[in-house]
Design a protein around this ligand. Structure first.
Ligand code: HEC
Ligand code: HEC
Length: 269
């Protein structure tokens, strides 16, 4: 929090410098680029939407009807053609309709997270895949050995997230990053824990849970191991993904095929 605040003040100071030291023009949030666009922001936005918007727009934002609340998943909006425009609609509402908006006092971060969530619903916004989904499926279970860690429709392993519906939640560019740079947006859920015993033996795996006294690791065989933090084992949290990056070990074509396959994995194809 403190960091974000100071960054914002730096930006204001910089602006003052750029405008020749004149009284800094006020920068309004709705004129800026959306600063909250991570996967976590999508999630928070979805939660906010469920609590505050779904009564009119439906749980998945697909809408009731024009009078209760229109479909917001098409990527096209009558009242906005940019993120900043959506910000204004969500904060200020649409005049003379039941779309009241959150009001002038609304928390800026929450409004942006709602924008991010709505943007995430338009799955074609980032383009459509160029690779072959069939070839990608072969790679997934074959050469790429992705199924060695990931489950798709009940088949595979649990050492990574279930990818059965990954196309619902990841845009094309995100999937490309997932493959090339797995550490890019790593949630603590996927940190690695390494425990070293008194004789130098090492147990490493996913950090399943951790409290003041204990932690549990799931090793590569999906076996759970529990440890005390006050025994004679030492431990270390490794905030890197167990998933290898594939930028070097798969060709660009192979990665495109995998992305096409992942993109096709949806709850509603
Ligand atoms: C009481 C019902 C109601 C609630 C609650 C509501 N909306 Fe709306 N919303 C509407 C209606 C009705 C419209 C269509 C307004 C019009 O153009 O006639 C609308 C329009 C919109 C639009 C513009 C759509 C477009 O095509 O430009 C957006 C974006 C939107 N709502 C987002 C939200 C978000 C986000 C929330 C929660 C913070 C929310 N709405 C809560 C009823 C509601
Ligand atoms: C050694 C285990 C392992 C292997 C092998 C592996 N992954 Fe992963 N993968 C993970 C873990 C753990 C995560 C979650 C942490 C992260 O985002 O890096 C993940 C995340 C992902 C995500 C993001 C999922 C989401 O919900 O956002 C995608 C997509 C993905 N992997 C695809 C692949 C593909 C395709 C392959 C094969 C080329 C592969 N993985 C191989 C462990 C693995």
């Amino acid at each position: 929090m403190g960091t974000r605040l100071s960054v914002r003040w730096t930006a204001v100071a910089l602006l003052a410098t750029l405008t020749g030291g004149a009284a800094p023009a006020l920068t309004f949030a709705q004129d800026a680029d959306n600063p909250y666009t991570s996967r976590l922001d999508v999630r928070t936005g979805r939660r906010l939407f469920g609590a505050q918007c779904s009564t009119c727009h439906g749980l998945n934002a697909a809408g009731g009807n024009e009078s209760t609340g229109p479909d917001l998943t098409t990527g096209r909006f009558r009242h906005a053609d940019s993120d900043a425009g959506l910000f204004r609609v969500i904060r200020d509402g649409v005049r003379s309709t039941s779309m009241l908006g959150l009001g002038a006092d609304a928390d800026e971060q929450s409004v942006w997270q709602l924008v991010t969530y709505l943007r995430s619903l338009d799955v074609t916004a980032g383009g459509t895949p160029t690779g072959s989904a069939e070839a990608g499926q072969q790679l997934f279970t074959g050469k790429g050995n992705c199924a060695g860690c990931h489950m798709v429709n009940g088949r595979g392993q649990r050492l990574g997230p279930d990818l059965s519906f990954v196309g619902d939640r990841r845009a094309l560019a995100d999937l490309e990053t997932d493959l090339a740079d797995p550490d890019a947006e790593l949630l603590p859920r996927w940190w690695t824990m390494r425990a070293t015993g008194p004789n130098g033996q090492v147990v490493e795996g996913l950090r399943m849970d951790e409290d003041t006294f204990t932690f549990r690791i799931m090793d590569a065989e999906e076996k759970l191991r529990a440890f005390s933090k006050y025994g004679d084992w030492t431990y270390e949290r490794i905030q890197r993904s167990t998933m290898p990056g594939y930028a070097d070990t798969l060709t660009a074509d192979e990665r495109n095929d995998l992305v096409a396959y992942l993109f096709s994995l949806r709850s509603e194809p």
